[in-house]
Design a protein around this ligand. Structure first.
Ligand SMILES: Cc1ncc(COP(=O)(O)O)c(C=O)c1O
Length: 379
């Protein structure tokens, strides 16, 4: 078989979760909560399911949900996108990212991604006939090297994919970073795909800066948000993309033939919940910052070294004092022999960053974090 994606295997997130289940390890690998989504939200889903919301919703998503998204983007980021022409509901951020890449990348185009890079970016680029250009994020805190980006931009560059808050590194972009990006692409036919699925998980009093709120960038950018992350319901695979009308039009041409639309009753229930409980998103940074602090406190006596994560629900740790193994071998050993599963970073970068890092996920019940930390502190 002449594969179109010869280098693609099963994603590392699935591999490590499966290994955790096989070996009975505490699963701090794949990013999903081990607690349920809000009870009121589940009630609303049941009400909408039993209330007849079970047929094809509009291709772009139900209007009430797009209206709630517009209000939310306006209140958080200071720009109100038009629900008719600038917002599309998709089946997960993964679909929005795929659609956006297919919409703008032509065969032979280059797409710049920053390593470590979430693993759905490059296959989408390859299927569009493009070429991913990998630029490493710079240690110690995995930031974009803007000078290196300036040198990497060429006449072939069509798209730059950014991700803040960053999975797996937990770094966040500042307003000045977005200014720099805008300067670098000004006057060139380059688009931006901004993966912002962890928008409500930014800590220590810093706010998330969205490309959707950036005057110079928003006219040429796709901003992607995920309800799965915000509402502790990753299994529902519901997300959205905010982009200017011309880009939205192209994105929808792809969306309508990839999924056409997404689960009707879930869309209605989330629209209801956003109207009824706007405080959910407001409380999220505090909710997860407390979990980050607890996990970091519990891990402080261990031989892992780390700087508390600035965003996301992931914590990178350096294990160099514990082992000289490569990160995949260390994560396998940790899962199979020690009983705590983590994600190695090497499957998501090309050039080793020069640190021995693995990623733990802390969107877990306190007791799960306590049990895991107790084991990790014995190493
Ligand atoms: C950085 C990043 N982008 C996109 C996604 C995909 O989100 P969704 O589950 O909404 O497709 C994830 C999920 O883990 C992620 O971490």
């Amino acid at each position: 078989m002449n594969s179109k994606l010869p280098q693609v295997g099963t994603t590392i997130f699935t591999v490590m979760s499966r290994m955790a289940a096989e070996h009975g390890a505490i699963n701090l690998s794949q990013g999903y909560p081990d607690f349920d989504c809000p009870p009121r939200l589940r009630e609303l889903v049941a009400e909408r399911l039993n209330g007849g919301c079970n047929q094809y919703p509009p291709m772009a998503g139900i209007l009430p949900l797009r209206e709630r998204i517009a209000e939310k983007v306006a209140s958080y980021y200071g720009y109100e996108p038009n629900p008719e022409t600038e917002i599309t509901v998709t089946s997960g951020a993964t679909e929005a990212i795929f659609d956006a890449v297919q919409a703008v990348v032509h065969p032979g185009d280059e797409v710049i991604v920053f390593d470590p890079a979430f693993d759905c970016y490059e296959p989408a680029v390859q299927l569009a006939g493009g070429r991913a250009v990998h630029l490493p994020l710079s240690l110690p805190d995995y930031r974009i090297d803007w000078d290196r980006l300036a040198r990497a931009i060429s006449d072939k560059t069509r798209l730059i994919i950014i991700n803040s808050p960053h999975n797996p590194c937990g770094s966040v972009l500042e307003a000045t970073d977005l200014d720099r990006l805008a300067e670098l692409i000004e006057g060139r036919g380059i688009f931006v795909l901004s993966d912002e699925v962890y928008e409500h998980m930014v800590y220590d009093g810093r706010g998330h800066v969205s490309v959707a709120g950036h005057e110079a960038l928003r006219g040429r950018s796709f901003s992607v948000f995920s309800f799965g992350k915000t509402y502790h319901a990753t299994g529902w695979k519901l997300a959205c993309c905010v982009a200017p009308p011309a880009l939205t039009e192209e994105l929808r041409k792809v969306h309508q033939f990839v999924t056409f639309t997404s689960s009707s009753f879930v869309q209605y229930a989330i629209a209801d919940y956003m109207a009824e409980c706007p405080e959910h998103a407001l409380e999220l940074p505090g909710f997860y910052q407390r979990k980050r602090d607890l996990f970091c406190e519990l891990l402080a006596p261990s031989r892992f070294r780390f700087t508390p994560s600035a965003g996301t629900y992931f914590q990178l740790v350096d294990y160099a004092e514990i082992s000289a193994l490569g990160d995949q071998a260390f994560a396998n050993w940790l899962t199979k022999e020690v009983g705590v599963a983590a994600i190695p970073l090497s499957p998501v970068y090309r050039e080793p960053p020069g640190a021995r890092h693995i990623r733990f996920c802390f969107c877990k019940e306190d007791k799960t974090l306590e049990r895991a930390a107790e084991i990790l502190c014995r190493l």
